[in-house]
Design a protein around this ligand. Structure first.
Ligand code: B3K
Ligand code: ZN
Length: 883
């Protein structure tokens, strides 16, 4: 708990560590309330430090009790060291190598912050990124201190029959004369403390093995709570497919003899890439057709791959400091995106990535929490595991790939691995490898890492019929963001195509240069004009194909152009994008009408174009399902940006869905019937795509006609043979205000109350019901036996979904939604600051609201900020949000 105003840490203040640690030998004697940790550290002054060899040794430590300390075998006297709430300082240490032995105690059971060593449903586990290791022992807890770890764990066998840590198991056995046993794990690869992990408990294991490209046998083990072994097969298959892909695509081979994953129910985020011992939120491991949806299966595959890929991008090569977080996260997200694009559908994955980017990152970039992909200061680093660092970070890597081409990119990666293996490096080091491999100057490009805000590209065109030339003029500007009023022009890869009046692709011949090898224009100035020749007729431009740059586009294309691109663009992403843009324009007009009480019109042209696409045999079902998904309410709010009325946006969207459902009822019913699956469930992308399309059709059918739609959705629920269909039926029903909705929700809870993952789905469905009564429902559910505020998955499912997926109700004009969220943040903050801070981020768009809601939201944010004992985490978020 904070006692004075938290101070920011700045990138410009980075100094190399005064000391480095070569070896760490830990002995951890586990006990629920008093775990004893003894750490033997081989320390030496860092020759690269500018502080000199006499610098005091300062170790980080938090929420631990110091029980003893020895330097080179001699106990230190009280006056030799100083301990505060956050550190242990030894003023005088030898100028050469020395050994330090530190005894501490911690209380895993009382650790509700879930950072450091804690217990999840009886299992001991750790989470050390970013700064959890200091809650286990005193240590230089920073990523540029890399040491070899040996971990000895001792525990009562009855309490924890399985004892795991990073690396290879080198010894284990009974401790004579006690009920305890021990295991010793040795990790040969030097690593920063944030990658340390320890797990102990009563766990079952699901095993397999993998033969690497050089013929080494790697044991693969997934540990779960006993009884859940039958839900591990998909996670294991995903792991093996990711291992193979990384060998084939990047030449990366796994490096230890064993790879372990542990699934626990209580976890602050999705998963963690600890060396050789990944710890996962069990939501992203456990899957069986009757417990997990297609979306769950896809998420498991993606997250397993992501954490596995970190072994090279993050673990073997790590970050010099936490400002470089995107070095591992942006790059690893890019790698997991490429992986699923290769094993599933590339356009569909691109669409879902762009949806996520728009809804999470663009909104972050447009508000008070905007920050560069590489921030320059922070108060609490855990607040920077953001959509900007992850998703925009991945976009920046993707743009590099587009600019220099796939071959040079691979050469750049090879160089990066060869040059920096075993090091802690910076973004500059990474980009230098790409520059060297491609022979290009990437200095202007680097601004993508340092400049916040979503650039706007303003595109105008002109056609000269007599000369047969067509010109595109592109202006770029990036709006001001907190602390960055003036922006430089960026180096932007802008993929384009020209679609002729007959719907055919036209050749791209740049005036004065000849045919373009790759259809990518490079924007580097505030304004540029590109002239194409041999253009026989006026084309419709297809801009930013594949979303080659994370920008907002402004064009003077009209409704007719978008409908045309929606049917004819050869770039599948842009076909989807054209539908999104058309729908966005329509919905913004409708929201205006809804706000002013004007009648809401139908959209026959849009319905007709969608109908054509639905009948187009060349399009895959998963892609068609994406076409049916309208832009989210959050995206629309972000587009409107001023005086936002969330209820009007919601009403407009509902109206359009209902209207499309009626106009397309024939096609939708046809899809519903034709795409019914038979035979056993298979999670593969094609089958999932078919179910996805059918369920998207059901969603619109349910909106079109309250009574008949609800009856059909209820029937879908009643007859569902897998969890995908069950949840699709329920989510269609939650959007209706019909009695079938609560009948189905009650039946679901009665059937699945014993399964915490399914209970979370139920909480989420309840929280997303878009009607004012949901406020009361959420408050009641917080008292339900199924809900506990100390379980992050419960909190995300109920409160996170309410604030994030239900804008109309969260932004209820009474201000009750804001009050509810503020109450939860204040209650949760002393227990789990990381999750509380994340929740408080839901207020980030308050300034865009219309004046009434804006004032109510502001008052609640101020109520949070007024709390004197706020954690650094929540303090930082609410202070930034208020600006
Ligand atoms: N590296 C972890 C996230 C850690 C979050 C710490 N607050 C998972 C991942 O991105 O792979
Ligand atoms: Zn990651």
């Amino acid at each position: 708990m904070r006692t004075e105003t938290p101070q920011p840490v700045r990138l410009s203040d980075y100094r190399p560590p005064t000391h480095t640690i070569d070896e760490v030998a830990l002995t951890v004697r586990l006990a629920p309330q008093k775990t004893l940790v003894s750490a033997r550290l081989k320390v030496r002054p860092n020759p690269k430090s500018d502080a000199g060899p006499d610098a005091p040794l300062v170790l980080d430590g938090e929420a631990i009790e110091l029980r003893g300390i020895m330097l080179d075998g001699v106990p230190l006297a009280q006056g030799d060291y100083a301990v505060t709430d956050e550190s242990l300082t030894i003023a005088r240490v030898p100028a050469g190598p020395f050994e330090l032995e530190i005894e501490t105690a911690c209380n895993p059971e009382a650790n509700t912050a879930l950072s450091g060593l804690y217990r999840s449903n009886g299992t001991y586990c750790t989470q050390c990124e970013a700064q959890g290791f200091r809650r286990i022992t005193y240590y230089p807890d920073r990523p540029d201190v890399l040491a070899r770890f040996t971990t000895r764990i001792e525990a009562r066998r009855s309490d924890a029959p399985v004892l795991l840590a990073n690396g290879n198991l080198v010894d284990s056995g009974e401790i004579e004369g006690t009920e305890k046993h021990y295991a010793v794990w040795e990790d040969p690869f030097p690593k920063p403390a944030y990658l340390f992990a320890l797990v102990a408990g009563n766990l079952a294991v699901f095993e397999d093995s993998f033969t690497t490209m050089s013929g080494r046998e790697v044991a693969l083990k997934i540990y779960v709570e006993p009884g859940k072994e039958d839900r591990c097969a998909w996670a294991m298959a995903s792991l093996k497919s990711a291992m193979r892909w990384d060998e084939e695509t990047f030449g990366r081979e796994y490096d230890l003899d064993i790879f372990m994953i542990v699934a626990v129910p209580d976890f602050n985020m999705g998963a963690m890439e600890n060396k050789g011992l990944n710890v996962f939120n069990d939501k992203y491991i456990l899957a069986r057709p009757d417990t997990a949806t297609d979306q769950d299966y896809a998420n498991i595959e993606r997250i397993i791959a992501h954490e596995y890929f970190h072994n090279w991008t993050g673990n073997r090569i790590t970050c010099r400091d936490w400002f470089q977080l995107c070095l591992k996260e942006g790059l690893t997200v890019f790698r997991d995106q490429e992986f699923s694009s290769d094993v599933r559908s590339r356009p569909v994955r691109r669409i879902s990535d762009v949806r996520l980017l728009r809804s999470q990152q663009f909104s972050e970039d447009a508000g008070p929490l905007a920050h560069p992909v590489r921030p320059s200061s922070y108060i609490e680093i855990n607040n920077f595991y953001t959509a900007t660092v992850y998703e925009k970070g991945a976009e920046v890597v993707r743009m590099l790939h587009t600019l220099i081409g796939g071959q040079a990119f691979r050469a750049g990666m090879d160089l990066y691995f060869a040059r920096h293996d075993g090091e802690a490096v910076t973004m500059e080091d990474f980009v230098a490898c790409m520059a060297e491999a491609s022979g290009r100057d990437l200095s202007q490009f680097f601004a993508w890492y340092e400049q916040a805000g979503t650039p706007r590209l303003i595109v105008t065109d002109s056609y000269d019929e007599t000369a047969g030339t067509y010109s595109l003029t592109v202006a770029q500007e990036t709006p001001p963001t907190p602390d960055q009023p003036d922006k430089k022009p960026l180096d932007i890869p802008f993929a384009v195509g020209l679609v002729g009046p007959d719907g055919q692709e036209m050749p791209l011949v740049l005036d004065g240069e000849g045919a373009m090898e790759r259809p990518v224009l490079e924007l580097t100035q505030r304004e540029q004009t590109f002239r194409f020749r041999d253009v026989a007729a006026r084309p419709v431009p297809s801009l930013n194909r594949g979303f080659s740059a994370p920008v907002r586009l402004e064009t003077d294309l009209g409704d007719g152009d978008w409908l045309f691109l929606m049917s004819h663009d050869s770039d599948p992403f842009n076909r989807w994008e054209a539908a999104q843009i058309y729908a966005k324009r329509l919905l913004i007009r409708l929201a205006g009408d809804a706000s002013s009480g004007a009648p809401l019109a139908d959209a026959p042209d849009f319905a007709e174009a969608l109908g054509r696409s639905l009948r187009d045999q060349s399009l895959e079902p998963a892609f068609k399902a994406e076409l049916l998904g309208l832009p989210s309410e959050t995206d629309l709010a972000g587009e409107i940006a001023r005086n936002v009325d969330p209820q009007a946006i919601h009403d407009a969207r509902r109206h359009l869905q209902a209207s499309l459902g009626r106009a397309l009822s024939g096609e939708l019913q046809d899809i519903y019937e034709r795409f019914a699956t038979s035979g056993p469930y298979s999670p593969d992308a094609d089958s999932a795509g078919r179910r996805g399309l059918r369920n998207a059709a059901l969603g619109l059918i349910a909106m079109a006609d309250g009574e008949r739609g609800a009856a059909q959705a209820f029937e879908h629920f009643r007859t569902a043979e897998n969890m995908t269909d069950t949840i699709a039926a329920l989510s269609a029903l939650t959007r209706t205000n019909r009695p079938e909705r609560d009948r189905a929700l009650d039946a679901f809870y009665a059937a699945h109350s014993g399964d915490h993952l399914l209970v979370d789905k139920w909480l989420m469905l309840n929280a997303a019901i878009p009607f004012p009564e949901t406020l009361e429902r959420v408050r009641t559910l917080m008292e339900h036996e199924a809900f506990s505020i100390t379980r992050p998955n419960n909190v995300r499912a109920l409160i996170g979904a309410f604030a994030g997926l239900n804008p109309a109700t969260f932004n209820d004009p009474s201000g009750d939604g804001y009050r509810l969220l503020a109450d939860v943040v204040l209650e949760l903050d002393p227990l789990n600051p990381q999750v509380a801070a994340r929740l408080s981020g839901s207020f980030k768009t308050w300034r865009m609201l219309e004046p009434g809601r804006r004032a109510l939201a502001k008052a609640e944010i101020e109520r949070i900020r007024a709390c004197k004992t706020l954690s650094r985490d929540v303090y930082e978020i609410v202070t930034r949000i208020l600006g």
